[in-house]
Structure formats: structure tokens, C-alpha cells
Design a protein around this ligand. Structure first.
Ligand code: FE
Ligand code: FE
Ligand code: ZN
Length: 280
């Protein structure tokens, strides 16, 4: 059974997200830990989490993915902003300790004229400081489209971060289909080749999650504009291969397409059909 869901608003709490996911045929979901532009997280509501965990258990919802605010920049040249990224992530991870089996995804950051090597070092420094806190949640580096000075536009950049982290047991990668395609990896023409390259450079055992998005722009355009499944440059044939690929189909998939709930529901249905067609 395909593990698939979409990005949901976390404003009403965990139980509300679980119910929403269930209603649209999802068995997982993604959410922002706080306003995506930063700011304070809501008060931790342990009663809500308890009710959510019961509901999730009864409805087969698992492997939910928390997404860090995308304004955090672990490799800012400003030490105060790097410290802010560290503190925010620690606060998020302390909260996520209450959600067993959850994961935490973040954008590595933008080096802004410092050079990619400096960026990589700062990101690894932060991950090492976080590692000292011994949080239980697995942290995922997201593959980026390479817009501006984003770090993580190539598998090699992610590998370089991982190589500098001392304890990598709880460190993985989330592959965003729109971002890697935008970053120049041709998952339409040569999915197997891209996965071989991922395996060779990073190791497929580090791949823990997929952001499943179509792309408004062609391969290599570095623009990061998500499109609805089948309406962009990646297209349905490629998505059918992705959700049935023997090296991917066991992973959780999260939609971040430009949709309201009904649109997400249709995409989940469509991708489930593609996946089950292959099983029969
Ligand atoms: Fe993201
Ligand atoms: Fe993404
Ligand atoms: Zn994106």
C-alpha cells in the first residue's frame, strides 16, 4: 500500500490534520512546525497529540513529516541568524519527540556569496550541535532546485554536508521531484540513471522521503515552481514510474502541489491507482 499524503495546515493541531488526511484518502501528511516564515510555534498541546496518536493508530496514518520554516538559514553569514536557525530547530525537535516515527525536513540554506563550501561547513556545524542534543527524530536534508545560492542543488553538495557530520545515524535525505528535475537531474528521461547516481554519491539507504511534485519548468531551469501532478514538465508517465519503482515505492510520498484539499484528494487517488495497477 502506497504511503502517500500531502502538505496540510497545522493551525488546528495534530488531530485535525489526522482527520483531514484520512478524509482525503491519505495515510501520512506533511506540515510546517510553525508559520513557514518563522515566528513562534503554538503551545505544545499534549492532549491533542495523544488524541492524534490514537486516531492515527486506528486509521493507519504514520511516518508524518514535519517541515522546518523555510526562512531558516543555517548557513547565513550572520551569526545571529545561524544561531536562530539552530535554536528554532532544537525547539521543533524537542516538540517532535512526542511524535514517534515522525521525521523533520529542512532546506539546507543559502550561502549568499560566501561560496558553497562555506555554506556546507556552517550547515554541518549546526547539525553537529543538534546532534549533541540527542533528539530522537530523524532529520532530512531536502534536495534543492538551486535557485539563487541554495545549497543542496547537487547530490554531491548533500554528500559533502553528510561527510562533515559526526553522527549520521539520524540523518537522511528527502528527494523533491520538482527540485531535482529543476536542478538538472532528468528523472523523466532516465530515472534509473538518476537513482544510480543518488546511490553512488549519497547512498539510497539515506533516502527516507519523497516530495512528489510536478514542475512548471523544464529540467535544469533552477526555478522551483511546483505544478499539479501531470500538468507540468515531469508528467504522468514519469510519476507512474516513480511510485512503482522498486527502489522508491516503499518510501513515504508527500504532495506539495498547488492544490486545495479536493485537488490533493484527486492526486492521491490517481497515484494510488498507478501504484496498484502495477501490483496486480
Ligand atoms: Fe521544502
Ligand atoms: Fe519540497
Ligand atoms: Zn519547492
Amino acid at each position: 500500500m502506497l504511503r502517500i499524503g500531502c502538505h496540510l495546515s497545522s493551525s488546528k493541531g495534530y488531530l485535525a490534520m489526522g482527520k483531514e488526511a484520512d478524509r482525503i484518502g491519505a495515510n501520512t501528511f506533511q506540515f510546517f512546525t510553525r508559520n513557514p516564515r518563522g515566528g513562534k510555534a503554538k503551545e505544545l498541546d499534549l492532549a491533542d497529540i495523544g488524541e492524534y496518536l490514537t486516531f492515527a493508530g486506528e486509521h493507519g496514518i504514520a511516518q508524518i513529516l514535519a517541515h522546518a520554516p523555510y526562512t531558516l538559514n543555517a548557513c547565513s553569514k550572520d551569526e545571529g541568524l545561524r544561531q536562530f536557525a539552530y535554536e528554532t530547530m532544537c525547539d521543533d525537535l524537542a516538540r517532535l519527540a512526542h511524535i514517534p516515527g515522525g521525521m523533520y525536513n529542512f532546506h539546507p540554506g543559502s550561502h549568499v556569496k560566501q561560496g558553497v563550501d562555506a555554506g556546507i561547513s556552517y550547515i554541518a556545524d549546526m547539525l553537529n550541535r543538534i546532534g549533541e542534543q540527542k533528539f530522537s527524530t530523524t532529520i532530512l536534508l531536502e534536495t534543492m532546485a538551486g535557485k539563487g545560492s541554495e545549497v543542496g542543488r547537487t547530490f554531491e553538495e548533500l554528500r559533502a554536508i553528510i561527510d562533515k557530520v559526526e553522527d549520521t545515524e539520524k540523518l537522511g535525505v528527502c528527494l523533491d521531484t520538482c527540485h531535482v528535475f529543476d536542478g538538472g537531474y532528468d528523472i523523466v528521461g532516465d530515472l534509473d540513471g538518476v537513482l544510480d547516481e543518488f546511490d553512488h554519491v549519497i547512498g539510497l539507504e539515506r533516502l527516507k522521503a519523497i516530495h512528489i511534485n510536478d514542475s512548471k519548468n523544464p529540467c535544469g531551469s533552477h526555478k522551483d515552481r511546483h505544478e499539479k501532478i501531470g500538468e507540468g514538465q515531469i508528467g504522468l508517465t514519469a510519476f507512474a514510474k516513480i511510485v512503482t519503482h522498486p527502489r522508491l515505492k516503499h518510501l513515504p510520498f508527500y504532495l506539495e502541489t498547488p492544490n486545495e484539499l479536493d485537488g490533493y484528494q484527486r492526486e492521491i487517488e490517481l497515484l494510488r491507482e498507478m501504484a496498484s495497477g502495477q501490483e496486480a
